[in-house]
Write a protein that binds this ligand. Structure first.
Ligand SMILES: Nc1ncnc2c1ncn2[C@@H]1O[C@H](COP(=O)(O)OP(=O)(O)OP(=O)(O)O)[C@@H](O)[C@H]1O
Length: 652
């Protein structure tokens, strides 16, 4: 990311955040893009299963909207009763009949006014009750849905192929399945539904009071708004997107720097990262300062909706009062004014809600795109006990992240049941790739990997993996206690004695006891609080506890000192007895007991056979041994054939 940002230096400009037109065509396009998205969000809410809860919330919204609208109307009625002539009082008595007939009576200003005040109180109480009930049911429903969605999304994430983890950055991956975007949108759905119902109810009331004024208002307002938008909105939106883009770059740089802090400090390159963040920050500043015209437009665009709203409102009132509605009573006028104020606020809110949706559009699209991704690697049904015969048959492979570079080319070899096979070769020749394929992190492009003559694609992954174990080159541990890490791979209960036997075997027991909390010591994020060698020993013990039928050791002792390595190697030799073991090693001392050796070069198996056969051949392996002869001390006890072979003796 840093490199990318650096490469983009000076390029933090408008190009990548081009804008859409705000014309009618643009609006139609936006609606066409957004409606399926909102529909998808709605379908996620699972209305049918939450029918009662949804209906209750909808009912509460309707009640609140009606109460909101009734309050200005009743306030207007009070004005008429206080100031109006007899004709208006009579009109109010008809209008308020449903209320006054069962409360204070409908004859006279005072009883009518009392009834209205009671009505106002009732509306306020009803509105509060509806709000409390609606919010409560909504919260409960949302919590339930969130819980279900979170589990479903996490399952979906874990079901993805390794290729997804290779190609998408960790932070982006987590963001894609984050519920924040979903939560915001479900909130948005309820918010917009509530505002639209309120708006509709208030417009009905406004029409009832003065159809002409309301008609003028509802036609004029969107018309003027659209004209204003045409001039101001597009450039404003482009600016928003540019600023957001620069902000994202800045956040990414900070994130990466924090993750890589040790490397940053080792090289003392804090200045480089500060420079990158400053670059993004200055880009934002440039964006906002340089273009004065755009800044002025932005200011105006922020002011104009409000000014438009109020101008249209005043214009309509003036028309209504002077030309059309001379017989308006003071009460009608009051009710109309109060209602239209509310409508103004609501229109602003609805507009804001749509802007918010627009802002989250890309995030949601990303989210759904990820949710629609179906994993290519699917578990099969074969779930037998593993015997331990392994075969790579004409395997061709390229990593999905780099499909043009073929990493394995026609790889074929067999690992006999219960025997140890060593995989040697230069760095980058494809050894770890073979281990990854054995665990089916990737499927071959051509050929097959077979366990007990059954292709991995037919094996049930869980059943197979419960009988396999891997000690990786750079083992990672979970941020939990040593005990939990040791028993991670086991689905059965593991006794303390079993754990201790495994840690003793892996030369880990002593250092564990030296920690004050012993086996309950927390190892930190990815095992950051313990050394590389300690991690390797814990990882070996974890594999031992699993009692696997197939064991893969990928440079399993590379981080250990000579003494610890000797001890662990002896232990591993015992553990490997009777298990099919694949040992990847650079140091030939670690494969001294191998039954067969596979030599790799540039993704091709160049030699394969028993150590004796390979030494007799005087080929790749023989050369490898010859080059490591200076470390023959390491090879004390290296297989007998090697020590006694004339070629080795000669070169020594
Ligand atoms: N996830 C990946 N995506 C793309 N290419 C990869 C990936 N992992 C490894 N490679 C590439 O595949 C090739 C083989 O890598 P691999 O790790 O299998 O080599 P290796 O023989 O185990 O090396 P070493 O001995 O250094 O561990 C290398 O060129 C490497 O750059």
């Amino acid at each position: 990311m840093c490199e990318k940002a650096a490469a983009d230096a000076g390029e933090f400009n408008v190009k990548q955040w081009s804008t859409n037109s705000s014309s009618l065509k643009g609006l139609v396009a936006w609606v066409r893009r957004t409606v399926p998205l909102v529909w998808r969000v709605l379908s996620l809410l699972d209305w049918r299963r939450n029918l009662w809860s949804s209906a209750t919330v909808a009912l509460c919204i309707c009640v609140r909207s009606s109460c909101d609208a009734w309050q200005p109307v009743l306030t207007g009625a009070v004005f008429n009763l206080v100031n109006g002539d007899q004709h208006e009082v009579e009109r109010e008595s008809h209008f308020l009949y449903f209320l006054c007939s069962w409360t204070f009576g409908c004859s006279g200003r005072l009883p009518l006014a009392r009834s209205v005040i009671l009505g106002l109180m009732l509306a306020a109480v009803l509105q509060s009750l509806a709000r409390v009930l609606g919010d409560g049911v909504k919260k409960e429903m949302r919590n339930k849905q969130n819980q279900e969605m979170r589990i479903a999304m996490f399952e979906h994430l874990l079901a993805q192929d390794q290729a997804v983890y290779d190609t998408i950055r960790q932070r982006d991956l987590v963001q894609k399945v984050e519920l924040r975007a979903m939560n915001e949108v479900t909130e948005w759905v309820w918010g917009i539904a509530s505002d639209i119902v309120k708006l509709a109810t208030q417009l009905v009331f406004l029409f009832a009071i003065s159809p002409l004024m309301t008609l003028a208002y509802t036609v004029l307002l969107p018309l003027v708004e659209q004209i204003v938008r045409r001039y101001f909105d597009s450039s404003l939106r482009a600016q928003m997107r540019r600023e957001q883009g620069l902000h994202n770059i800045s956040v990414s740089v900070v994130n990466e720097t924090v993750q890589m802090i040790r490397t940053v400090k080792c090289f003392s390159r804090e200045d480089k990262h500060v420079a990158l963040v400053s670059l993004a920050a200055s880009g934002i500043a440039k964006e906002t300062q340089n273009d004065r015209l755009r800044s002025a437009k932005q200011g105006l665009a922020q002011l104009l909706p409000d000014i438009t709203q109020r101008s249209v409102y005043c214009f309509c009132l003036w028309c209504g009062l002077v030309w059309m509605e001379r017989d308006f009573s003071a009460g009608d006028m009051t009710a109309y004014l109060l209602l239209i104020q509310q409508v103004g606020g609501l229109v602003q809110r609805v507009r804001h809600q749509f802007t918010e949706l627009q802002r989250r559009h890309d995030l949601l699209l990303d989210h759904f795109e990820f949710m629609d991704r179906t994993p290519q690697i699917r578990s099969g049904a074969h779930a037998e006990e593993v015997q331990g015969d392994v075969e790579f048959r004409d395997v061709e492979f390229a990593y999905p992240a780099r499909p043009d570079v073929q990493v394995l080319r026609g790889v074929s070899f067999r690992m006999a049941k219960g025997q140890m096979t060593a995989l040697v070769g230069a760095s980058g020749s494809g050894k770890s790739t073979i281990a990854a394929m054995l665990f089916r992190h990737y499927d071959p492009l051509v050929g097959a990997v077979l366990v007990d003559d059954v292709s991995l694609s037919q094996w049930d992954n869980t059943a197979l993996h419960s009988q396999m174990a891997l000690v990786a080159q750079q083992p990672l541990l979970f941020d939990t206690s040593i005990r939990n890490n040791l028993t991670y791979g086991c689905r059965r209960d593991v006794s303390d004695e079993e754990i201790e036997a495994a840690t003793r075997m892996a030369a880990a027991h002593d250092f564990i006891l030296r920690f004050p909390a012993g086996y309950e010591t927390y190892v930190g994020d990815q095992g950051a609080q313990i050394s590389g060698g300690q991690k390797q020993r814990l990882s070996i013990a974890r594999a031992v506890i699993c009692k696997p039928r197939i064991l893969v050791l990928d440079e399993a002792t590379s981080a250990l000192d000579a003494e610890a390595e000797g001890a662990v190697q002896d232990a591993l030799d015992t553990v490997m007895v009777g298990k099919t073991t694949l040992v990847i090693a650079h140091r030939l001392s670690t494969i001294r007991n191998a039954h067969s050796i596979v030599c790799m070069r540039d993704g091709v198996v160049v030699e394969c056979g028993t150590p004796k056969e390979l030494l007799a051949k005087q080929g790749y392996y023989w050369n490898l041994v010859k080059r490591q002869v200076c470390t023959l001390d390491d090879l004390s006890g290296f297989n007998l054939e090697l020590d006694q072979h004339p070629a080795v003796e000669a070169s020594a």
